[in-house]
Ligand binder design. Structure first.
Ligand SMILES: [Zn+2]
Length: 316
């Protein structure tokens, strides 16, 4: 049993229920929803509530909201939509990929202190606390500023015991470097989830990550580059290899995002991510779970992936 900070207060790990471990209510940029909210389209709070209510009605109880400060975290929005929809939302602290000017001056211990305050005191000016840590690196690898953030996240983890989700880039085997940094910092790799791991079908690489003790976030559906079908085949292959207890499928779905201006000058009624995944948070129930069952997964396997594994990561 572990106590987890949701945006509405503490919840017990045994009460997580069916959990998607990497989603987003909103993705923007730091301050955008306050300063240029109209870019995010009309009635955004109501749209998010409807989206989450639909997910809740289909049996999704909890979502990890992976939106950090640099991705445009809006704690008040998360609180309002969680209250109105009945969805448990757990928000992260840490850092994604944006590198603003200040990051060339701050150190890992400084940022660790800030992340610890997010986890223990709340986002400034609110009593809403983060429930998980996040760091990131992509096709450029772990650049110097992102290494500072990875070490800050590791140190905040060591102080608080809160698990870490890691945006990674499997095509470049970037987790090899991210895991090396965590090892140097003394992080328990059983509390680390390496995300976006289904952007590859390279099970040899994924097995290496699992053999380090990490969880895998297979959290891009429908995704690009790799077809949804091959993502599910890879997931089932890893289950059949005996790693089922540390796999976390999710969508990386975004409910609210900037609506783009069209060539004719009009504004799109839906953002691009919505167009590429009209099923939104239900893609799993409508496409992935039925295909997993066709491939031989049992009801118990499904419960392991979406109920037991999230709980296990928090209780690790
Ligand atoms: Zn994400």
């Amino acid at each position: 049993m572990a106590t987890i900070n949701s945006v509405l207060g503490e919840i017990d790990s045994k009460d997580l229920g069916f959990t998607l471990m990497h989603e987003h209510v909103m993705v923007a940029a730091s301050g955008l929803s306050t300063h240029y909210p109209d870019l995010l389209g009309p009635n955004r709070e109501q749209r998010a509530i409807e989206c989450l209510k639909t997910a809740k009605a289909h049996g999704i109880d909890t979502m990890l909201d992976a939106t950090t400060f640099d991705l445009g975290r809006d704690p008040a929005l998360l609180k309002n939509v969680a209250e109105a929809s009945g969805m448990n939302l757990i928000n992260v602290t840490g850092w994604w990929l944006d590198v603003p000017r200040f990051m060339h001056g701050v150190g890992a211990n400084q940022m660790a202190d800030e992340f610890i305050k997010d986890l223990t005191e709340g986002f400034r000016g609110t009593n809403i606390k983060a429930g998980m840590l996040k760091c990131a690196a992509d096709f450029e690898g772990v650049t110097a500023p992102l290494e500072t953030m990875a070490r800050a996240v590791a140190r905040a983890h060591l102080q608080t015991g809160v698990p870490i989700m890691v945006h990674s880039y499997p095509t470049g085997h970037v987790a090899r470097r991210q895991i090396a940094i965590f090892k140097e910092e003394g992080v328990d790799l059983g509390k680390v989830k390496i995300d976006h791991s289904n952007d590859t079908t390279d099970t040899e690489y994924l097995q290496w990550i699992l053999d380090q003790g990490c969880f895998l976030g297979l959290d891009r559906y429908p995704g690009r580059l790799v077809s949804p079908h091959m993502r599910t085949v890879t997931l089932k292959r890893l289950m059949d290899m005996g790693y089922g207890e540390r796999l976390c499928p999710s969508h990386d779905c975004i409910c609210l995002h900037v609506h783009n201006e069209q060539p004719d000058g009009s504004i799109a009624e839906q953002h691009d991510f919505h167009k590429s995944n009209p099923d939104q948070y239900l893609f799993m129930h409508r496409h992935v779970i039925p295909e997993l069952q066709q491939l031989g997964a049992t009801d118990r396997d499904i419960e392991m992936l979406f109920v037991d594994n999230p709980r296990r990561l928090f209780e690790a």
